[in-house]
Design a protein around this ligand. Sequence first.
Ligand SMILES: [Zn+2]
Length: 223
Amino acid sequence: MTKIIDSFRGEYDFLSNFFERDKLIHYDNRYWNSSEKLYQALKIGTTNIQEEELQKETIRLGTTKESKAYGKGKKKFPDGSILKLRYDWDTPNSLGIEFKQTAMSVVTALKYTQNPDLKDMLIATREKTLIEGNYWHDNYFGICYCEKCINDNLIKRRNVLGKLLMFSRTEYTLQQPLEIDLKDLQEKFMEGLDRHELEDIFHYSYDVLRRYLYRNTPFNKPS
Ligand SMILES: [Zn+2]
């Protein structure tokens, strides 16, 4: 059994930001049908409210592929404007985190918390390493497998999206079985214990489990 999922295609296309579904994400009082579109829209840095609204809606209503072109400033909006990046998009904050990473965290969290079936599918990838393998030279959110990138020892392969997904998976996995376990255990094995005793045991076990999972995940926090 393979321990790595390094292509967000086919069976695992739901992990990709290009995965589309009607009303996938509700954010900013509107629906977005792919996480990529919302991610690209979060780049908008104009302070002109009308321009911001036009750019946002153009990105939202166009295709996902187009949203990437708008986000990279390679495509003009209907009014002739070009996307101006938020000032802090690529600038690390005091914790060393660029806003683009925060944006990806928000988009990822919204996608999986608003779509329980996708959350279950993410949880079902269990302990597998997740990498968005690509050939478009993205070594920040994924890892590029082109010959040039692979042979370049100076490239830092950060796999930020993969790490965010694994981090979320750990959180969701921990959230999931607790309710069932509590009820189950109380009925089957711990009838004699009162609620407080039971909660004490659980808080302790939860902490142990949490530490175990974090230690056995190939990172401690998304970075
Ligand atoms: Zn490459």
